[in-house]
Design a protein around this ligand. Structure first.
Ligand SMILES: Nc1ncnc2c1ncn2[C@@H]1O[C@H](COP(=O)(O)OP(=O)(O)OP(=O)(O)O)[C@@H](O)[C@H]1O
Length: 462
């Protein structure tokens, strides 16, 4: 009899664990012997849940059991899902003669490390698992260790197995080990703050505070005292001494989000702090030494802002000692279903019981959408879909990703606003022959706001 526990999902598994996808009956007789050979087999109930299991267990190898029919019908889907768990090496268990079928041959050639013909010979399978595990370890050596280290940290749940994210994990590890400032760039919602947290958590400062400040959200008249603090009575309304955010990050990390929004005078003060490592509370007599590592993020192009006279070049050089560029979600090949499943699991208590996952159409629609709002937008759409879905599987309509060309009525109000906003801005810039000041005046907004909107819609001056 196979050990029952081995067929259940377990949080604690041995070092040598293999995921199994497929009918349990195919592998059931082999589980006991595989256990004797040192292998824990974890059954993944459905292919859709695979990414979540892969992330949770850190398994490096997996087995797919093909019955006579079921998986052949879904060859494409199997291939897609396996490709998304690209840190795993897969072994196929196939019915006799199946290797002669063109669909099977193609699938096995493209997505599998090896295959065995049924019935399972458990001892041979254990040997193949060992080889596959060794190969997975070699090919994933640098990346996987960082990947799982970061992933297993509850505070920085970064999901993603694409090449682009592997590069980010390596960069996080490298910059975490030094003290220099890091500038994290990338579109809105790409995970800049999460990356800053991951750097902090992997740095020598991890036991100190991580203080995040959104420079764009602080009211202009309060920003100086928010950042640097003030002494009691230093201005009207300063009833008590206030410790600023920089000081409260002492011995830890200060994360300055939307650094491009920091007013010029504060840019000067920040530069002074970065050079001298001291701050001056508003109304204080002397400077205070503060030991803080600064990480900054921006979604605007700071070099353009320097040219426009909106950002200090010397501050830019100070902040940009090391740079991490977050990839937009649309470029992260294979990560979208992985993230969608992660979000589905994370917010599963918000959904109706009947909702079990994503339909193939939904996965297709998500893979072909542009994601201008990146992961934040993915989170919003999936959470909304989990509530709106009236069937078992989430459809493109639930995600608001139905083919929009069918009907203008399917365009959301936000999308209509965005389109109108972008075309009005383009019109104003054309009329003012690229002069941002004139266009801003014509539109009745400030130059800064216009720059922000141009950045948002990817509009250049000319
Ligand atoms: N790799 C990831 N895995 C899981 N969740 C992620 C990942 N990256 C980002 N998120 C989530 O997406 C949301 C947006 O991320 P975050 O706030 O870090 O982006 P940002 O680039 O700082 O955005 P903004 O420029 O608007 O400040 C957060 O809820 C975050 O937890």
């Amino acid at each position: 009899m196979p050990k029952k526990a081995a067929l259940n999902y377990a949080d604690q598994v041995g070092e040598r664990c293999a995921l199994y996808v497929g009918e349990k009956a195919i592998i059931a007789n082999a589980v006991g012997t595989l256990k004797e050979e040192g292998w824990d087999i974890l059954c993944v109930p459905t292919l859709t849940e695979l990414p979540q299991y892969a992330v949770k267990t850190g398994a490096l190898v997996g087995v797919v059991g093909f019955g006579e029919k079921e998986f052949v019908d879904h060859a494409h889907r199997v291939e897609l899902m396996l490709a998304q768990s690209q840190m795993l090496k897969w072994i196929a268990l196939i019915p006799p003669n199946a290797a002669e079928l063109p669909t099977f041959r193609q699938l096995i050639g493209s997505a599998f490390y090896d295959y065995h013909t049924l019935p399972v010979d458990a001892r041979r399978l254990a040997i193949t698992l060992g080889h596959a595990h060794g190969m997975a370890e070699i090919s994933a050596d640098t990346f996987t260790k960082d990947y799982w280290d970061i992933h297993h940290h509850p505070e920085s749940e970064m999901v993603g197995a694409s090449d682009q994210m592997q590069k980010i994990y390596q960069e996080i590890r490298k910059v975490a080990g030094v003290e220099a400032p890091v500038l994290i760039t990338g579109e809105s919602g790409t995970g800049k703050e999460l990356t800053a947290q991951a750097i902090h958590e992997r740095s020598a400062r991890k036991d100190g505070p991580f203080v995040a400040v959104n420079c764009g959200a602080l009211p202009a008249n309060l920003i100086q005292s928010e950042l640097f603090g003030h002494e009691k009575g230093s201005f009207t309304g300063a009833h008590e001494r206030k410790i600023g955010r920089i000081e409260s990050a002492a011995n830890g990390t200060l994360f300055l989000d939307e650094i491009g929004d920091l007013p010029m005078d504060l840019q000067t003060n920040l530069l002074r702090f970065l050079q001298e490592k001291t701050i001056h509370r508003v109304g204080a007599r002397q400077d205070i030494e503060v030991n803080v590592r600064v990480l900054a993020a921006t979604h605007i192009n700071l070099e353009a802002a320097i040219k426009e006279g909106r950002f200090r070049q010397d501050l830019y050089y100070r902040l940009n000692v090391l740079q991490i560029k977050m990839p937009p979600l649309r470029d992260r090949v294979g990560d979208i279903p992985l993230l969608a499943q992660y979000i589905f699991t994370r917010f599963s208590d918000e959904k109706a019981q009947r909702v079990k996952g994503f339909s193939e159409e939904a996965l297709h629609a998500m893979n072909h959408y542009d994601w201008p709002g990146n992961i934040r937008e993915l989170i919003n759409r999936v959470r909304r879909a989990m509530v709106m879905c009236e069937k078992f599987l989430i459809s493109p309509v639930d995600l608001g990703l139905e083919r929009r060309t069918n009907s203008r009525m399917q365009v959301t109000l936000n999308e209509a606003r965005d389109t109108a906003e972008a075309s009005t801005i383009r019109g104003a810039l054309a009329q003012s022959r690229g002069s941002v000041s004139n266009a801003a005046r014509q539109l009745g907004i400030s130059r800064v706001s216009l720059y922000r909107l141009m950045e948002k819609h990817g509009i250049s001056k000319n």
